[in-house]
Design a protein around this ligand. Structure first.
Ligand SMILES: *Cc1c(COP(=O)(O)O)cnc(C)c1O
Length: 387
């Protein structure tokens, strides 16, 4: 009786529907499925954070409306964390805003800066929210393909002049979901110079900055000189501290960009529960050994899975970050066909690369967020694959 609005009707089709259907069939047949599809950490939130939450929830002052921009003490903890981790100075009062998970901020940000018809440069394949947030704001996504021969970095200099003139925001996300690629200083430096020249906002999604295994730690775009003139960075406690369910993130950087996002939020939400922000302060101040433990678990899983995949002749994109593996489908298959073979023959659920955008075709994504023992079982089943 009631028709959906155009913005809902024009959403891209749900590419996982077919997989979900098959998954239900397999489960109904009693197959012992191993789901490597979703990127949601299985390890619990560190105990000190849970304890801090228990104490905080008892405080009546937290039971009232929180402040729109977030508690100053949480924003101060974010600023100190950025200083410690990246040597980036942030003013907690004007350059940090608390988010109800970074997805919330990513989805709302275009509402503050994009007029109908404005272009937003979005990577492809990518976290779908960049494109959807653009569409909801009436903007036009212009896709920048991420290709393996470019290390999955976007060739932003190839964007045609007419498009550039209408472009307002460009999204980047390194360490990257889904490809696991990382970006170095030279990339960010060129990007910032280009953005200043062309007056384009750089929105950087740094959700995976702490999930790394190499010597070199992933960097923040704000470490580059001049970045604060053009950049806003979205970060989150979700992946670093296994807190996806808590919904706590932050946006930091250029104060006008932070304020613009704050204006949208003032009008659509009333901030995050202060007890959660207080627990977040504990998380941000956890000793590094706590995060090392999490990293070591993923490292162990990654090594086991890469070994198994290579034994069966599959090619994994070589990276030392994120809890994803980005794997080439063997010759003769589409992403969807191969993922469906994994489900049929191994009882393993993976995400087809094209689910993240057209340029993801030819790949599939494995998420390392299941218990190590189950992951080893999945690895064993895959070693038996005859390609
Ligand atoms: C998980 C994820 C996020 C953040 O999630 P929140 O839980 O909303 O903070 C952001 N970007 C990417 C690319 C992600 O994979």
């Amino acid at each position: 009786m009631f028709e959906y609005a155009q913005r809902i009707k024009s959403l891209p089709p749900y590419l996982f529907a077919q997989i979900d259907q098959k998954k239900r069939e397999k489960l109904a047949q009693g197959v012992d499925l191993i789901d490597l599809g979703v990127g949601d950490p299985d390890i619990p939130t560190p105990e000190p954070v849970v304890e801090a939450m228990k104490r905080a929830v008892e405080k009546p002052e937290h039971h009232r409306y929180p402040s729109y921009e977030g508690m100053l003490s949480f924003r101060q903890a974010v600023a100190s964390w950025y200083k410690r981790r990246f040597n980036v100075e942030l003013d907690p009062a004007s350059e940090v805003v608390t988010l109800i998970g970074s997805k919330e901020g990513i989805a709302h940000f275009p509402l503050a800066f994009v007029n109908p018809g404005d272009v937003v440069l979005c990577p492809d394949p990518a976290y779908p929210v960049y494109k959807i947030g653009t569409l909801f704001a009436g903007g036009v996504p212009y896709l920048l393909p991420l290709r393996e021969d470019m290390g999955f970095l976007p060739d932003f200099k190839s964007v045609p002049k007419e498009v550039l003139k209408r472009a307002k925001i460009m999204w980047v996300n390194y360490p990257n979901n889904p490809t696991s690629a990382t970006a170095g200083e030279a990339f960010y430096r060129e990007l910032v110079d280009w953005a200043r020249e062309n007056r384009i906002i750089i929105a950087s999604d740094l959700a995976y900055s702490e999930i790394y295994f190499g010597e070199e730690k992933p960097m923040s775009i704000l470490q580059v000189e001049g970045a604060k003139e053009v950049a806003i960075e979205f970060h989150s406690l979700s992946k670093t501290y296994n807190m996806t369910g808590w919904r706590l993130g932050m946006a930091v950087g250029n104060k006008d960009l932070v304020a613009g996002l704050g204006k949208v939020k003032t009008n659509v939400d009333s901030g995050q529960f202060q007890a959660i922000q207080e627990a977040g302060i504990t998380a941000l101040n956890l000793p590094e050994v706590e995060v090392d433990k999490i990293r070591n678990t993923y490292r162990e899983r990654r090594e086991a899975m890469v070994r198994a995949l290579e034994k069966s002749g599959l090619e994994v994109f070589s990276s030392e970050a994120t809890f994803y593996l980005w794997v080439k489908v063997p010759k003769g298959y589409t992403s969807a066909e191969f993922v469906s073979r994994l489900l049929e023959e191994c009882g393993i659920v993976c995400t087809p690369g094209n689910g993240f955008g057209e340029s993801g075709e030819g790949y599939f994504r494995i998420s390392l967020t299941v218990q190590t023992q189950r992951l080893l079982e999945a690895a064993k089943r895959m070693e038996g694959l005859k390609l």
